[in-house]
Design a protein around this ligand. Sequence first.
Ligand code: G3I
Length: 484
Amino acid sequence: MATRSPLPRRPLRTRALLAGAAALAAGLGVLIVAPDANAATTLGAAAAQSGRYFGTAIAASRLGDSTYSSIAAREFNMITAENEMKPDATEPQRGQFNFNAGDQIYNWATQRGLKVRGHTLAWHAQQPSWWGGLSGSGLRQAMIDHINGVMAHYKGKLAAWDVVNEAFNEDGSRRQSNLQATGNDWIEAAFRAARAADPSVKLCYNDYNIENWSYGKTQGVYRMIQDFKSRGVPIDCVGLQTHFTGGSSLPSNFQTTLSSFAALGVDVALTEVDVTNSSTSQYAGLTQACLNVPRCIGITVWGVRDSDSWRSNESPLLFDGGGNKKAAYTSVLNALNAAGPGPGPSSPTPSEPSPSTPGGTAKRIVGAQSGRCIDVPNASQTNGTRVQLYDCNGQTNQAWTLTASKQLTVYGSRCLDAAGSGNGAAVQIYSCNGQANQQWNVNSNGTITGVQSGRCLDVWGTGNGQQVQIYDCNGQANQRFSLN
Ligand code: G3I
């Protein structure tokens, strides 16, 4: 089950006031609807109840602004680099990659337990200037080399990549760009290269003005995805940017669009949401449309505060320039909370302790997504050493024993230990002390849940050295392990 974030208990005085109000209301025959004490209080936690995420775009240059970064870390659990992972930023000169700004965002996010979407690998805009001197097969090769170089750097680390961005005209034909001029197969070439470069990351096509099902551009993109799926071109998701601003607004058939794309066998996500003057009805409506479609996996707004937006004069985001929550924020949060735990993209099956445990003998803990083992780096026995994924090697620093008291011990005296109970808390080794943060349920659905936190062992990525954390259970393969 997805966990809801715990609410602080109301202070005594507030409880007394509420009780008094309820007594008064009862006397007057008035029905008071108490706020749901279990309602999540942040966008990310509210979305996680149904296995979805709620994200934002982040600009590296703003991370030093504490109002900005504290809102971002508190409210969101998926991060997109607004400009820092685009081709002009990552390969300013041919073959010379620069990941400084992209990594700044990646590190900031993952240190806080937030996941990251990659944006974007191939686009007609924000190209490095040296692409301007190329055409035909030379440009095609440069695009492939770029995909390989950037994806190698982030291999196993990201939730998704927007492989190709904005390749269609409004009428559903292909946009005439230098990339299109390399041949109509440039998009599938990009996706095939991307799959080969990182088989574990979700590959998305991303575009704007594809929200209205009866619009030419929507139909053009739909036909391409349909064609890709029918021919086995690798594609996992469609990103609908959802810029309802500057003339466009929420179409009544938005849910139809989402479910139609999903029916092709891809995930859908709202990737760059902003709405003119933050219309509460449009924000609630677009959120509800996503919640109604099981394969709509999450929503990302394109910036934190209005003042951070690429269209700041239209005040299109969920926080005002002072960092205050706007009415649109509440409309989104309420919609997410009202949806509760389902139907989600991955409504996790209820986890039950496995009848086959405890075994008492040392076993490997192997990740279902990575095939790698939970490993204590360098066979360290130091308290506080964070565990990671690593190639299984049969050594003692990968040998875990599930005890009758639900501990997972290594080297006899050290326990797998959660360094906190919130999303993103580190999982480390520590001297066994019998406390609940060292107790784990090994469940029949493959998850391993912390007794104290209720959260799942989670690893975002598949590579050697990828650190293990606890996170809201979401039913995905990066939270499933086998003890063998
Ligand atoms: O960083 C430089 C700064 O040093 C310089 O002084 C200044 C002068 O203009 O430019 C700054 O760079 C700007 C950059 O944003 C960072 O603020 C660029 O000019 C500006 O073009 C760039 O705009 C970005 C835009 O994409 C470019 O196409 C926006 O921030 C970004 O929000 C926007 O994002 C796109 C998505 O990637 C794709 N979908 C549409 C969306 C909105 O346009």
